[in-house]
Design a protein around this ligand. Structure first.
Ligand code: DHB
Ligand code: FE
Length: 288
């Protein structure tokens, strides 16, 4: 047990619940302008979505009691600030599938609610911000960014963010240093990068908010496997938003957000110097 593990379950749950409200706050600043989606498109999609729900009500013979609990629950999702969590866990993976179906390069997956732009810029060989007594297993994560024709992409940006060894994200769970495990790493002349960090832990959807209420009521589990988030970009290439997971890790086969793909699995090996693990993963970017 590390020092940071000393919080009680109660404290950890309380910290997890704050992440939902912060995710709503951060998202609200993302779409500052008005919508440019045409009326015909809103009509088309909204009509189809509402009809899909009508079909569920008929098919499942939904009762007034169930309808009232749905209303109560939806009101509470908003009050808890958990719409970003709900949407990113249960819908985003299909939006990503549709958006990136035609890509040839590396696989993408969901962004999730915890991305912060403008993280500190770091050189190709770097160590992410961490605390002096940071718990966990050190991980050296290295690789190369290339175009689909194999050309190395120098000065590409590997924007990385991940949870700590307790599954918490900086700037969302309180009490963590501002840029903990966040950085924008610039690849070298050969398109390479080498990032020293700590392996993240599995992430639990906050269980004391309304997403937790649904999970408990439906008898599901609340976990995502441990993962590293990335946005990889280079001039004249399509940005890829992805996540990498750990082969054989807990919840890899039962991710509540359904965002794991076989191409996104890392298999770290122990380092020769005994300083934790290392793993290599290359990114291939489609032309813009
Ligand atoms: C959520 C959290 C994540 O870390 C993630 O990658 C996707 C979704 C969530 O709480 O909604
Ligand atoms: Fe995440």
């Amino acid at each position: 047990m590390t020092e940071l593990d000393n919080s009680t379950d109660l404290e950890r749950t309380a910290r997890a619940a704050d992440s939902g409200a912060n995710a709503t706050r951060v998202f609200q600043s993302k779409l500052a302008g008005g919508s440019t989606i045409p009326t015909e498109r809103v009509d088309e999609v909204a009509t189809a979505a509402i009809k899909a729900l009508h079909d569920v009500i008929r098919d499942k013979q939904v009762t007034y009691e169930e309808y009232d609990y749905l209303k109560k629950w939806m009101i509470q999702v908003g009050l808890d600030g958990e719409w970003p969590l709900f949407l990113d866990v249960w819908l985003e993976h299909v939006v990503e599938e549709v958006a990136n179906a035609d890509r040839e390069g590396s696989k993408g997956t969901i962004e999730g609610p915890y991305y912060i732009p403008d993280a500190p810029m770091l050189p190709a060989e770097c160590t992410l911000e961490m605390r002096a007594d940071e718990p966990g297993t050190p991980l050296r994560f290295q690789g190369q960014v290339r175009a689909v024709d194999g050309t190395p992409l120098s000065a590409a940006v590997v924007d990385i963010w991940h949870a700590d060894d307790l599954g918490f994200y900086s700037q969302f769970a309180p009490g963590l240093p501002e840029w903990l495990f966040r950085g924008r790493v610039i690849t070298d002349d050969e398109g390479r990068f080498a990032i020293n960090t700590m392996q993240p832990a599995p992430y639990q959807i906050p269980t004391d908010g309304s997403c937790g209420t649904l999970i408990t009521a439906a008898g599901w589990h609340a976990w995502r496997p441990a993962h590293i988030h990335l946005k990889v970009s280079a001039p004249d290439h399509l940005l890829i938003t992805t996540q990498l997971y750990f082969e054989g890790g807990e919840y890899v086969g039962t991710d509540i957000a359904d965002a794991v793909k076989p191409e996104l699995l890392l298999t770290p090996t122990p380092r020769a110097d005994g300083q934790g693990n290392e793993v290599t993963y290359d990114f291939v970017l489609d032309p813009a």
